[in-house]
Design a binder for this molecule. Structure first.
Ligand code: FAD
Length: 380
């Protein structure tokens, strides 16, 4: 086994880190306070190739793999988890669904524009009554003549309010259960397709999350994505890859919180000593760094397997479960190391503490990850 990143991967990490410091760090607090979607930065990330990291160059992508993708997400999250979430939903959910299930025509039409961030993408599976039980989708699509007619609504869609393209799941055959849900590509401006409420969130406030609504929305037959009835099954495949990005997002957030705590511990004096000299603080720092490093290898291992073309249902769920749970703990410890100052917005740890919680919920809760892992273990 080779545990080293390649020189190119290290270079990629440095360049994303530099970009995040220069273009994102100065605005993090303001974007969070005002729930500002950082459209300008997203467009610049498009120019850098980040919005199409995992897609082939002939479709306008960067032609990289999941190791590089995890590096990108990790480094963005280290500075602003919201930006990492915007990139993750766009890449591994929306664009990847079109890449994995789309026809050649659909790939050529959508992926180059998404990869360059000329268009922003979102992916709508969750509904008010179908969250963890996503197979309980209620939105429907009925074929009338030569058109699909969609009715219903989605909730919690990342990027919804800024998306030009939305991949959404709807029931096409209620009697076929999991094999009766299909995926559709919707373009902004299609009559009957609109966004609804934008959520006011605890964290990840610079990433827009909200409703996507369909009211007698007519779509050409060509907007069906993948095989009819296979949209839900394809979604599970999409989530296998997506969970690697949420694990990387959790690691980056934890690393950002750890960096802040380490720095603070070397500056803050109590009882005439730097608090980093107290063993209780040192043990916290040691445990935090150890858990981040463990999560990192679980995640990059899942990424390497994915890049090798292997199935990663269990591995990506394990990485996502472990990374998100340790990240919540690391952010908590990082805040504790700051004492009362961790509780105020002048210090970045306050925001990491709020942002990180999404990682144990989005793309399947921790409880659902355990269910996925156990199901695979019992099958093996
Ligand atoms: C900021 C944000 C961004 C999101 N972005 C997107 C997006 O872009 N696209 C999208 O489609 N969705 C998105 N989601 C939705 C997200 O994936 C869901 O919130 C998540 O899957 C959980 O669904 P739910 O919120 O309905 O919770 P519920 O499913 O109602 O779960 C409530 C609780 O019950 C537990 N539970 C449920 N079923 C079981 C079970 N069988 N066994 C044990 N425990 C169980 C859950 O773990 C949880 O603790 C986003 C959510 C948020 C908050």
């Amino acid at each position: 086994m080779d545990f080293e990143f390649t020189p190119e991967q290290n270079q990629l990490r440095r360049s994303i880190r530099d970009f995040a410091q220069a273009e994102i760090a100065p605005h993090v607090l303001e974007w969070d306070e005002n729930q500002t979607f950082p459209l300008g930065v997203v467009k610049k990330l498009g120019e850098l190739g980040v919005m199409g990291t995992i897609f082939p160059e002939d479709l306008g992508g960067a032609g990289l793999g999941y190791i590089e993708y995890a590096i990108v997400i990790e480094e963005l999250a280290r500075v602003d988890p919201s930006v990492a979430l915007i990139v993750a939903a766009h890449n591994s959910l929306c664009t990847n669904h079109i890449y994995l299930a789309g026809s050649d025509e659909q790939r050529k039409k959508y992926i180059p524009k998404l990869a360059s961030a000329e268009w922003i993408g979102c992916w709508s599976l969750t509904e008010p009554e179908a969250g963890s039980d996503a197979a309980g989708t209620q939105s429907s699509a009925v074929l009338k003549g030569d058109e699909w007619v969609l009715n219903g609504g989605k909730t919690f869609t990342t990027n919804a309010h800024y998306a030009d393209v939305c991949v959404a799941m709807a029931v096409t055959d209620r009697s076929a259960s999991q094999h009766g849900i299909s995926a559709f590509i919707l373009e902004k401006g299609t009559p009957g397709f609109r966004v609804g409420k934008k959520e006011n969130k605890l964290g990840m406030r610079a990433s827009a999350t909200g409703e996507v609504l369909f009211t007698d929305c007519h779509l050409a037959r060509s907007q069906l994505l993948g095989k009819q009835g296979e949209g839900f099954v394809d979604s599970l495949r999409i989530l296998d890859g997506g969970r690697i990005s949420i694990a990387a997002l959790a690691i980056g957030t934890a690393q950002g919180a750890f960096d802040a705590a380490l720095k603070y511990s070397k500056q803050r004096k109590q009882f005439g000593r730097f608090i980093s000299e107290f063993q209780a603080i040192q043990h916290k720092l040691a445990d935090m760094a150890t858990s981040i490093e463990s999560a990192r290898w679980l995640t990059y291992c899942a990424g390497a397997r994915k890049d090798a073309g292997k199935r990663v249902t269990k591995e990506s769920a394990m990485a996502k479960l472990f990374a998100s749970e340790i990240a919540v703990k690391v952010a908590d410890d990082a805040l504790q190391i700051h004492g009362g100052y961790g509780f105020i917005k002048d210090y970045p740890v306050e925001k990491f503490y709020r942002d990180v919680k999404l990682c144990t919920i989005g793309e399947g809760t921790s409880e659902i990850q355990r269910l996925v892992i156990a199901r695979q273990l019992l099958k093996e």
